[in-house]
Design a protein around this ligand. Structure first.
Ligand code: ZN
Length: 408
């Protein structure tokens, strides 16, 4: 079956979302972390209500919920579709100028002085020659992560409402705040979201499908030194900076983000602060394999013990905090939901690419909480920065895939 989506209409919808600055703010103690997310939530509430979706609401924690009721008596699973409203704070999201490069001829796109999007720099762009491409104006991100996901979900529902001859079960929508700062599921109203399974629409290039994520643990390491005037420090000073340097060099040298990809996990020191007296080090440990992650955790504890023996008890304090799990463990028993997405892609003429995520998704947490939740492409590239771009045909395909997933 072939569906005709109005690409111009999708671009217009996406542009309206992109204009609202929804950058989340890690330093904020509020939930959601920024005011713009309330604005987008309100915008979506009005839009979904106008389109004719049921039970549209914004929760007190800024989650937008809505329901597309089943239009058949036939038994069908209740399927959830989820996307996040916030954008990364790594690039500005203020005053985003969505720019359409019509039938892009493959030449360099000069977005702003010093910001050129070129095939030389980003070879994967070559696949989109001849297509309409959306970018921002070179000073901000575009926000396709994840407003392309929202656009596709809303547009698929709109199409189904306009074409009642396409039969489908109940579909639940959720648009979430603060995914980019790791809080996307903190206030997720799971009790009001009674789906059998769901999909986050938050992936990258056309055809991408994810059901494997990292297992994640964060570590805080504190080095307690003894500061003495350097002129009279002999046999007295214990320099916390020296200890921290020793720590970093003691970690397996090849197992760091800059040396690993695919299924390889890593140790990553991401922040260090302090001086002779005290140094604080923030680390993240990641691995697709739970048992290997456990070994990584043990290695840090062993290293702390070793250094405490060397420098004196209490010199090194290492605390570990588990963050999220590989969703694979929860998806494998219900693997038909991955196959459902694969079939939906093939039906849309796309060969699915099963890519292990070197990170987590909202679906990692949701799967653990009992809602199995793989992740589907949005079509966007170069997320979180000024070079972000979105081929319009990929966005249209994303919409078609979602429609294929929910229809009977
Ligand atoms: Zn995202």
């Amino acid at each position: 079956m072939k569906y005709e989506f109005n690409a111009e209409h999708l671009v217009k919808r996406f542009t309206a979302y992109a204009k609202i600055n929804t950058a989340s703010d890690e330093r904020s103690a509020q939930l959601p972390s920024s005011e713009g997310q309330w604005q987008l939530a309100e915008h979506l509430k009005n839009e979904l209500t106008e389109l004719g979706l049921a039970n549209v609401q914004v929760t007190d924690k800024c989650y937008v919920l809505a329901e597309l009721p089943a239009n058949t008596e036939e038994a069908a699973p209740v399927i959830g579709l989820i996307a996040h409203m916030d954008t990364s704070s790594e690039a500005s999201g203020e005053n985003v100028q969505v720019t359409l490069h019509k039938a892009w001829d493959g030449s360099d796109m000069q977005l702003a002085p010093g910001c050129v999007l070129s095939v030389k720099e980003f070879p994967e762009m070559a696949a989109y020659r001849g297509q309409d491409i959306l970018t921002a104006g070179g000073t901000t991100l575009l926000g396709a992560d994840d407003k392309a996901g929202i656009t596709a979900i809303v547009s698929a529902c709109e199409y189904l409402l306009q074409h009642p001859e396409i039969k489908h079960g109940k579909v639940l929508l959720a648009f979430t705040p603060d995914e980019e700062i790791g809080c996307g599921t903190d206030g997720f109203p799971l009790a009001d979201f009674k789906a059998d399974f769901a999909y986050t629409v938050d992936g990258g290039a056309l055809g991408e499908l994810n059901y494997e994520t990292f297992n994640a643990c964060n570590a805080k390491v504190i080095f307690n030194g003894v500061s003495v005037h350097p002129g009279s420090a002999k046999n007295k000073m214990r320099n916390a900076v020296t200890m921290a340097a020793e720590w970093q060099l003691a970690l397996p040298q090849g197992e760091k983000p800059e040396y690993t990809d695919g299924y390889e996990g890593f140790y990553h020191c991401l922040r260090i602060e302090g001086g002779t007296d005290r140094v604080e080090l923030d680390m993240i440990l990641r691995d697709h394999d739970k048992n290997i992650l456990a070994k990584r955790k043990q290695l840090l504890l062993d290293l702390a013990e070793f250094m405490n023996n060397k420098y004196g008890a209490g010199s090194v304090e290492c605390s570990l905090q588990d963050m999220y799990c590989n969703m694979k463990e929860y998806i494998t028993p219900v693997f038909e939901i991955v196959e459902r997405a694969e079939n939906a892609m093939r039906e849309a003429g796309i060969e699915p690419q099963l890519v292990p995520v070197r990170g987590g998704t909202d679906g990692s947490r949701l799967s653990e909480m009992g809602l199995p939740c793989p992740n589907i492409f949005t079509g966007g590239h170069n997320f979180h920065g000024r070079y972000e771009y979105l081929p319009v045909p990929s966005l249209v395909k994303c919409t078609e895939v979602l429609l294929n997933i929910v229809k009977l």
